[in-house]
Write a protein that binds this ligand. Structure first.
Ligand code: ZN
Length: 337
Protein backbone atom coordinates (compact mmCIF):
# COMPACT_ATOMS: atom_id res chain seq x y z
CA UNK A 1 0.00 0.00 0.00
CA UNK A 2 1.47 3.41 -0.91
CA UNK A 3 2.16 5.42 2.23
CA UNK A 4 -0.13 8.24 1.09
CA UNK A 5 -3.27 6.10 0.62
CA UNK A 6 -5.52 6.57 3.59
CA UNK A 7 -6.92 3.51 5.28
CA UNK A 8 -10.28 3.72 7.07
CA UNK A 9 -10.98 1.05 9.69
CA UNK A 10 -14.35 0.64 11.40
CA UNK A 11 -12.82 -1.20 14.33
CA UNK A 12 -9.93 -0.71 16.75
CA UNK A 13 -6.98 -3.02 16.06
CA UNK A 14 -6.28 -4.38 19.54
CA UNK A 15 -2.51 -3.76 19.19
CA UNK A 16 -3.17 -0.01 19.23
CA UNK A 17 -4.12 -0.18 22.91
CA UNK A 18 -0.51 -0.92 23.83
CA UNK A 19 1.50 0.24 20.77
CA UNK A 20 4.35 2.72 20.86
CA UNK A 21 4.33 5.40 18.16
CA UNK A 22 7.48 3.88 16.60
CA UNK A 23 5.55 0.65 15.95
CA UNK A 24 2.55 2.15 14.17
CA UNK A 25 4.07 2.04 10.70
CA UNK A 26 4.50 -1.72 10.98
CA UNK A 27 1.03 -2.21 12.50
CA UNK A 28 -0.94 0.12 10.23
CA UNK A 29 1.22 0.53 7.10
CA UNK A 30 0.25 4.15 6.49
CA UNK A 31 -2.00 7.02 7.58
CA UNK A 32 -5.12 5.53 9.14
CA UNK A 33 -8.53 6.57 10.37
CA UNK A 34 -10.09 4.55 13.17
CA UNK A 35 -13.85 5.17 12.97
CA UNK A 36 -15.63 4.05 16.14
CA UNK A 37 -19.29 4.30 17.10
CA UNK A 38 -20.42 5.59 20.49
CA UNK A 39 -23.49 6.50 22.54
CA UNK A 40 -23.84 9.95 21.01
CA UNK A 41 -23.67 9.53 17.25
CA UNK A 42 -22.03 12.76 16.05
CA UNK A 43 -18.29 12.04 16.27
CA UNK A 44 -15.42 13.94 17.75
CA UNK A 45 -12.47 14.07 15.35
CA UNK A 46 -9.11 13.63 17.08
CA UNK A 47 -6.03 14.06 14.92
CA UNK A 48 -2.64 12.80 16.09
CA UNK A 49 0.90 12.42 14.75
CA UNK A 50 0.61 14.89 11.87
CA UNK A 51 4.15 15.48 13.08
CA UNK A 52 5.75 12.10 13.63
CA UNK A 53 7.78 12.99 16.73
CA UNK A 54 4.91 14.71 18.58
CA UNK A 55 3.53 11.87 20.64
CA UNK A 56 1.03 13.52 23.02
CA UNK A 57 -1.99 13.10 20.75
CA UNK A 58 -1.49 9.41 20.09
CA UNK A 59 -0.92 8.52 23.74
CA UNK A 60 -3.84 10.68 24.91
CA UNK A 61 -6.31 8.93 22.58
CA UNK A 62 -4.77 5.56 23.40
CA UNK A 63 -5.31 6.19 27.12
CA UNK A 64 -8.88 7.32 26.51
CA UNK A 65 -9.63 4.09 24.62
CA UNK A 66 -7.93 1.98 27.32
CA UNK A 67 -10.23 3.63 29.89
CA UNK A 68 -13.36 3.28 27.76
CA UNK A 69 -13.20 -0.23 26.43
CA UNK A 70 -16.78 -1.25 25.79
CA UNK A 71 -18.99 1.65 24.84
CA UNK A 72 -17.63 5.09 24.01
CA UNK A 73 -19.67 8.05 25.29
CA UNK A 74 -19.59 9.51 21.77
CA UNK A 75 -18.49 8.34 18.34
CA UNK A 76 -14.83 9.00 17.57
CA UNK A 77 -12.89 9.51 14.37
CA UNK A 78 -9.23 9.03 15.27
CA UNK A 79 -6.73 10.05 12.61
CA UNK A 80 -3.23 8.66 13.01
CA UNK A 81 -1.14 10.68 10.57
CA UNK A 82 2.50 10.35 9.65
CA UNK A 83 3.36 6.87 10.94
CA UNK A 84 6.37 6.66 8.63
CA UNK A 85 7.97 9.67 10.30
CA UNK A 86 6.83 8.40 13.72
CA UNK A 87 8.85 5.24 13.15
CA UNK A 88 11.97 7.42 12.88
CA UNK A 89 10.76 9.83 15.63
CA UNK A 90 10.98 12.69 13.14
CA UNK A 91 8.60 15.53 12.42
CA UNK A 92 8.59 14.42 8.77
CA UNK A 93 10.91 12.49 6.49
CA UNK A 94 13.06 14.19 3.86
CA UNK A 95 10.82 13.16 0.94
CA UNK A 96 7.60 14.12 2.70
CA UNK A 97 5.75 17.41 2.99
CA UNK A 98 4.80 18.64 6.46
CA UNK A 99 1.53 16.79 7.22
CA UNK A 100 0.14 19.94 8.80
CA UNK A 101 0.61 21.88 5.53
CA UNK A 102 -1.31 19.59 3.14
CA UNK A 103 -4.94 20.43 3.92
CA UNK A 104 -5.80 22.33 0.73
CA UNK A 105 -6.21 21.25 -2.89
CA UNK A 106 -2.74 20.65 -4.29
CA UNK A 107 -0.65 18.53 -6.63
CA UNK A 108 0.90 16.13 -4.12
CA UNK A 109 -0.55 12.72 -3.25
CA UNK A 110 -0.61 13.94 0.36
CA UNK A 111 -2.98 16.78 -0.65
CA UNK A 112 -5.27 14.24 -2.29
CA UNK A 113 -5.17 12.07 0.84
CA UNK A 114 -6.03 15.10 2.98
CA UNK A 115 -8.93 16.12 0.74
CA UNK A 116 -10.30 12.56 0.76
CA UNK A 117 -10.16 12.51 4.55
CA UNK A 118 -11.76 15.96 4.77
CA UNK A 119 -14.65 14.70 2.62
CA UNK A 120 -15.01 11.60 4.80
CA UNK A 121 -15.05 13.73 7.96
CA UNK A 122 -17.67 16.04 6.44
CA UNK A 123 -19.94 13.08 5.67
CA UNK A 124 -19.80 11.94 9.31
CA UNK A 125 -21.22 15.32 10.53
CA UNK A 126 -18.66 15.72 13.35
CA UNK A 127 -19.47 17.75 16.43
CA UNK A 128 -15.92 19.10 16.92
CA UNK A 129 -12.33 18.47 15.86
CA UNK A 130 -9.05 18.67 17.76
CA UNK A 131 -5.55 18.32 16.37
CA UNK A 132 -2.96 17.48 19.02
CA UNK A 133 0.69 18.59 18.86
CA UNK A 134 3.83 19.14 20.90
CA UNK A 135 6.29 21.95 20.27
CA UNK A 136 9.83 23.07 20.91
CA UNK A 137 10.92 25.41 23.69
CA UNK A 138 9.46 26.01 27.10
CA UNK A 139 5.88 27.20 26.57
CA UNK A 140 2.73 26.83 28.63
CA UNK A 141 0.22 24.43 27.12
CA UNK A 142 -1.73 26.63 24.71
CA UNK A 143 -4.33 26.37 21.99
CA UNK A 144 -4.61 27.79 18.48
CA UNK A 145 -7.79 28.93 16.76
CA UNK A 146 -8.23 30.08 13.18
CA UNK A 147 -11.85 31.27 13.43
CA UNK A 148 -13.16 33.74 16.03
CA UNK A 149 -16.55 32.23 16.75
CA UNK A 150 -17.95 31.53 20.21
CA UNK A 151 -18.04 27.75 19.81
CA UNK A 152 -14.44 27.62 18.61
CA UNK A 153 -13.42 29.80 21.55
CA UNK A 154 -15.36 27.62 23.99
CA UNK A 155 -13.56 24.55 22.66
CA UNK A 156 -10.24 26.40 22.94
CA UNK A 157 -10.79 27.75 26.43
CA UNK A 158 -11.62 24.33 27.78
CA UNK A 159 -7.97 23.45 27.12
CA UNK A 160 -6.07 26.61 28.07
CA UNK A 161 -6.37 30.23 29.14
CA UNK A 162 -3.71 30.99 26.49
CA UNK A 163 -5.48 31.26 23.14
CA UNK A 164 -3.51 32.13 20.00
CA UNK A 165 -5.26 33.27 16.84
CA UNK A 166 -3.83 33.18 13.31
CA UNK A 167 -5.12 32.73 9.79
CA UNK A 168 -1.88 31.86 7.97
CA UNK A 169 -0.74 29.26 7.05
CA UNK A 170 -4.14 28.17 5.69
CA UNK A 171 -2.94 24.67 4.84
CA UNK A 172 -3.27 23.32 8.40
CA UNK A 173 -5.71 20.62 9.51
CA UNK A 174 -7.70 22.72 11.99
CA UNK A 175 -8.25 25.47 9.44
CA UNK A 176 -9.50 23.02 6.79
CA UNK A 177 -11.89 21.34 9.24
CA UNK A 178 -13.11 24.73 10.53
CA UNK A 179 -15.39 24.77 7.45
CA UNK A 180 -17.14 21.68 8.86
CA UNK A 181 -17.25 22.06 12.67
CA UNK A 182 -15.55 23.90 15.57
CA UNK A 183 -11.86 22.99 15.50
CA UNK A 184 -8.71 23.79 17.48
CA UNK A 185 -5.03 22.85 17.59
CA UNK A 186 -3.65 21.88 20.99
CA UNK A 187 0.01 22.56 21.82
CA UNK A 188 0.87 20.19 24.68
CA UNK A 189 4.39 21.28 25.66
CA UNK A 190 7.64 19.72 24.58
CA UNK A 191 7.90 16.21 23.18
CA UNK A 192 8.15 13.64 25.93
CA UNK A 193 6.52 15.90 28.54
CA UNK A 194 4.10 13.51 30.30
CA UNK A 195 1.97 16.39 31.57
CA UNK A 196 1.11 17.11 27.93
CA UNK A 197 -0.31 13.61 27.51
CA UNK A 198 -2.24 13.94 30.79
CA UNK A 199 -3.68 17.30 29.82
CA UNK A 200 -4.69 16.18 26.31
CA UNK A 201 -6.28 13.02 27.77
CA UNK A 202 -8.30 14.99 30.34
CA UNK A 203 -9.44 17.41 27.67
CA UNK A 204 -10.42 14.61 25.30
CA UNK A 205 -12.30 12.86 28.09
CA UNK A 206 -14.19 16.07 28.94
CA UNK A 207 -15.21 16.73 25.35
CA UNK A 208 -16.24 13.14 24.69
CA UNK A 209 -18.73 13.51 27.57
CA UNK A 210 -20.13 16.90 26.53
CA UNK A 211 -23.64 16.83 25.09
CA UNK A 212 -22.78 19.75 22.79
CA UNK A 213 -20.20 22.45 22.15
CA UNK A 214 -21.41 25.54 23.97
CA UNK A 215 -20.63 29.17 23.23
CA UNK A 216 -17.98 31.03 25.16
CA UNK A 217 -19.64 33.59 27.44
CA UNK A 218 -16.82 34.92 29.65
CA UNK A 219 -13.46 36.25 28.52
CA UNK A 220 -12.12 37.59 31.83
CA UNK A 221 -9.45 34.97 32.44
CA UNK A 222 -8.38 34.53 28.82
CA UNK A 223 -5.01 35.65 27.51
CA UNK A 224 -5.71 36.19 23.85
CA UNK A 225 -2.90 36.74 21.34
CA UNK A 226 -2.56 37.14 17.62
CA UNK A 227 0.52 35.53 16.13
CA UNK A 228 1.93 38.09 13.72
CA UNK A 229 5.41 37.02 12.64
CA UNK A 230 8.20 34.50 12.91
CA UNK A 231 11.87 35.20 13.51
CA UNK A 232 14.48 33.50 11.36
CA UNK A 233 18.24 33.59 11.32
CA UNK A 234 19.77 33.83 7.82
CA UNK A 235 22.23 31.04 6.91
CA UNK A 236 25.26 33.35 6.79
CA UNK A 237 24.73 34.50 10.40
CA UNK A 238 26.53 32.42 13.02
CA UNK A 239 24.34 31.60 16.06
CA UNK A 240 26.12 31.68 19.43
CA UNK A 241 25.33 31.73 23.11
CA UNK A 242 26.16 34.93 24.99
CA UNK A 243 29.29 33.34 26.53
CA UNK A 244 30.71 32.03 23.25
CA UNK A 245 33.25 33.82 21.06
CA UNK A 246 32.45 34.24 17.37
CA UNK A 247 34.41 32.50 14.63
CA UNK A 248 32.56 34.30 11.86
CA UNK A 249 32.45 38.11 11.41
CA UNK A 250 28.65 38.00 11.13
CA UNK A 251 26.98 36.56 14.19
CA UNK A 252 24.25 36.87 16.80
CA UNK A 253 24.58 35.93 20.46
CA UNK A 254 21.54 34.67 22.35
CA UNK A 255 20.83 34.43 26.06
CA UNK A 256 20.81 30.85 27.37
CA UNK A 257 17.59 31.86 29.17
CA UNK A 258 15.82 32.78 25.93
CA UNK A 259 12.99 30.26 26.44
CA UNK A 260 12.00 32.04 29.67
CA UNK A 261 10.52 34.86 27.53
CA UNK A 262 7.88 32.62 25.95
CA UNK A 263 4.36 33.92 26.64
CA UNK A 264 5.77 36.83 28.67
CA UNK A 265 5.10 40.48 27.90
CA UNK A 266 8.34 41.87 26.53
CA UNK A 267 8.44 45.65 26.25
CA UNK A 268 9.52 47.73 23.28
CA UNK A 269 13.29 48.37 23.53
CA UNK A 270 14.11 45.05 25.21
CA UNK A 271 17.15 43.33 23.71
CA UNK A 272 16.60 39.87 22.24
CA UNK A 273 20.18 39.30 21.04
CA UNK A 274 23.49 41.02 20.49
CA UNK A 275 25.07 41.03 17.06
CA UNK A 276 28.33 41.59 15.23
CA UNK A 277 29.04 42.51 11.59
CA UNK A 278 26.05 41.77 9.39
CA UNK A 279 24.62 39.25 11.86
CA UNK A 280 20.83 39.48 11.53
CA UNK A 281 17.49 38.18 12.73
CA UNK A 282 14.82 38.43 10.05
CA UNK A 283 11.13 38.80 10.87
CA UNK A 284 8.72 37.37 8.31
CA UNK A 285 4.98 36.97 8.20
CA UNK A 286 3.51 33.62 7.13
CA UNK A 287 3.33 34.77 3.52
CA UNK A 288 7.13 35.21 3.64
CA UNK A 289 6.86 38.98 3.49
CA UNK A 290 9.71 40.53 5.42
CA UNK A 291 8.62 42.72 8.32
CA UNK A 292 11.93 43.07 10.18
CA UNK A 293 11.78 46.87 10.34
CA UNK A 294 8.32 46.73 11.96
CA UNK A 295 9.43 44.53 14.85
CA UNK A 296 13.20 44.86 15.41
CA UNK A 297 15.73 47.67 15.63
CA UNK A 298 19.52 47.47 15.59
CA UNK A 299 21.11 49.76 18.14
CA UNK A 300 24.81 49.62 19.15
CA UNK A 301 25.48 45.89 19.31
CA UNK A 302 21.91 45.02 20.35
CA UNK A 303 18.91 43.72 18.45
CA UNK A 304 15.90 45.15 20.26
CA UNK A 305 12.15 44.75 19.95
CA UNK A 306 10.70 47.88 18.39
CA UNK A 307 7.18 47.13 19.61
CA UNK A 308 5.63 45.52 22.71
CA UNK A 309 5.42 41.80 21.95
CA UNK A 310 4.78 38.39 23.44
CA UNK A 311 7.26 35.87 22.02
CA UNK A 312 6.30 32.21 21.71
CA UNK A 313 8.09 29.01 20.84
CA UNK A 314 11.50 30.62 21.33
CA UNK A 315 13.85 27.68 21.39
CA UNK A 316 17.40 27.12 22.56
CA UNK A 317 17.74 24.16 20.19
CA UNK A 318 20.18 25.49 17.58
CA UNK A 319 19.19 22.82 15.05
CA UNK A 320 15.53 23.89 15.26
CA UNK A 321 16.52 27.55 14.91
CA UNK A 322 18.43 26.67 11.73
CA UNK A 323 15.81 24.35 10.22
CA UNK A 324 12.64 26.10 11.32
CA UNK A 325 12.82 29.39 13.20
CA UNK A 326 13.99 31.13 16.35
CA UNK A 327 10.42 31.68 17.51
CA UNK A 328 7.25 33.69 16.91
CA UNK A 329 6.11 37.16 17.86
CA UNK A 330 2.57 37.67 19.06
CA UNK A 331 0.62 40.72 20.15
CA UNK A 332 -2.04 40.79 22.82
CA UNK A 333 -5.53 41.48 21.52
CA UNK A 334 -8.82 42.18 23.22
CA UNK A 335 -11.19 39.30 22.66
CA UNK A 336 -14.59 40.66 21.60
CA UNK A 337 -17.42 38.15 21.76
ZN1 ZN B 1 3.26 19.80 15.44
Amino acid sequence: MPQTEIQILNHLPVELLSARTEDLCDILGGPTVINLGGKRPRPLVASSLLHGNEHAGFYAVQRFLQMNIGELPRSLIWFIGNVEAAKASRRRLEHQPDYNRIWTEGPRPENKMAMKLKQFIKEQRPFAAIDIHNNTGKNPHFVNVNVLEKKFLFLAHLFSEHIVYFTEPKEIFANAISEICPSVTLECGIVGDESGVDHAYQYLNAIMHLPEIYSLTETDDIHFYESVARMMVPPDTEILWEDQAPTNPNYIQLSRQIEEDNFKDVAKGSPIATFGGDGRILVMNQKSKELTDDYLSYSGNQIQLSTDSVPSMLTSDLRVIRQDCLGYLMVRRRLEI
